[in-house]
Design a protein around this ligand. Structure first.
Ligand SMILES: C[S@@+](CC[C@H](N)C(=O)[O-])C[C@H]1O[C@@H](n2cnc3c(N)ncnc32)[C@H](O)[C@@H]1O
Length: 278
């Protein structure tokens, strides 16, 4: 039986899952090893420097905030998960963290030099609305950078796990309608939504992030325990489906990355950046 209530909306599922302390901890301690590799590219993309005012939306456990603060920026992190914010406050005492919704944040217009969104775009119900709000709070020539995972068209743990769910998952288990997990890796979509929101000079950069694992099934475990969307599809699977999904992930890792005893499993990311149009 599906674990998520049938009446769940995408927004309710996201809010409930990220609020769970064990999910937030699993994301921060394990899944985010790959997200952490993307931080330097995010920091460079907004040209963070001393004194700059930067808003880090969907800040999670504070990995991007930490990179921005290390570059000397004055950082405000925003997330709706108290569990994530507890970790962020402990990790980055120099930054200011507030609980709030990236769809509707309480800041005045034109106050930030840059906004970062690390792996937040697939989790908000209406990404164009978030980008319009980002434009509103940015100063003249302010910069935005956001990261998303590459989709299954490249060699990625993302494709291994979601491909295995497609092949072996119970047809009774589905997510509520929401944005696609990799939608904003597509430059055509990302740039057109940015331009409609008032941005120019759009560009994308691929980061070859990866997990180093001792178990070829680890990518399955990382998605199971440390993600809202993947976890909501994986946790309710009947045991035979769960076993088949994990076995398919193991087979992919062995086939593509050798016999081990340890594996570098790619989970590349795309960083999209832009500047407020003149
Ligand atoms: C995948 S984690 C990314 C964490 C971190 N930024 C990184 O780069 O690793 C997504 C984060 O977005 C937060 N989030 C999702 N939807 C949100 C929303 N509508 N408003 C605020 N935070 C949100 C979650 O609580 C979670 O901390």
């Amino acid at each position: 039986m599906p674990e998520a209530p049938q009446s769940d909306t995408f927004a309710a599922l996201e809010r409930r899952e990220w609020a769970r302390a064990e999910l937030a901890r699993a994301y921060a301690e394990v899944f985010a090893k790959a997200a952490d590799m993307v931080v330097p590219t995010m920091v460079n993309a907004v040209r963070a420097e001393p004194g700059m005012q930067v808003l880090d939306l969907c800040c999670g456990h504070g990995n991007v905030s930490a990179g921005l603060a290390a570059a000397g920026a004055k950082v405000t992190g925003l997330d709706f998960s108290p569990a994530m914010l507890n970790m962020a406050r402990a990790a980055v005492p120099a930054a200011h963290f507030i609980e709030g919704d990236a769809m509707d944040f309480p800041f005045a217009g034109g106050v930030y030099d840059a906004v970062t969104i690390g792996f937040g775009m697939p989790h908000v119900p209406d990404p164009p609305r978030v980008l319009a709000e980002v434009r509103r709070v940015l100063r003249r020539r302010g910069r935005i950078a956001f990261s998303v995972w590459c989709g299954p068209e490249v060699d990625t743990a993302f494709g291994y796990v979601f491909g295995a769910i497609d092949a072996h998952g119970s047809p009774d288990i589905a997510l509520p309608p929401g944005p696609g997990a990799n939608d904003y890796a597509d430059p055509e979509l990302a740039f057109s939504v940015l331009e409609a929101a008032g941005f120019a000079e759009c560009r994308q950069e691929i980061v070859q992030s990866k997990w180093q694992v001792q178990d070829p099934g680890a990518p399955y475990d990382f998605f199971l325990h440390g993600t809202a969307r993947g976890g909501a599809l994986l946790r309710p699977q009947p045991p035979e489906c769960a076993a088949a999904i994990r076995a398919a992930v193991v087979a992919k890792v062995l086939q593509n990355h050798g016999a081990g005893p340890s594996w570098d499993v790619p989970i590349p990311a795309v960083v999209t950046s832009a500047v407020v149009a003149e």
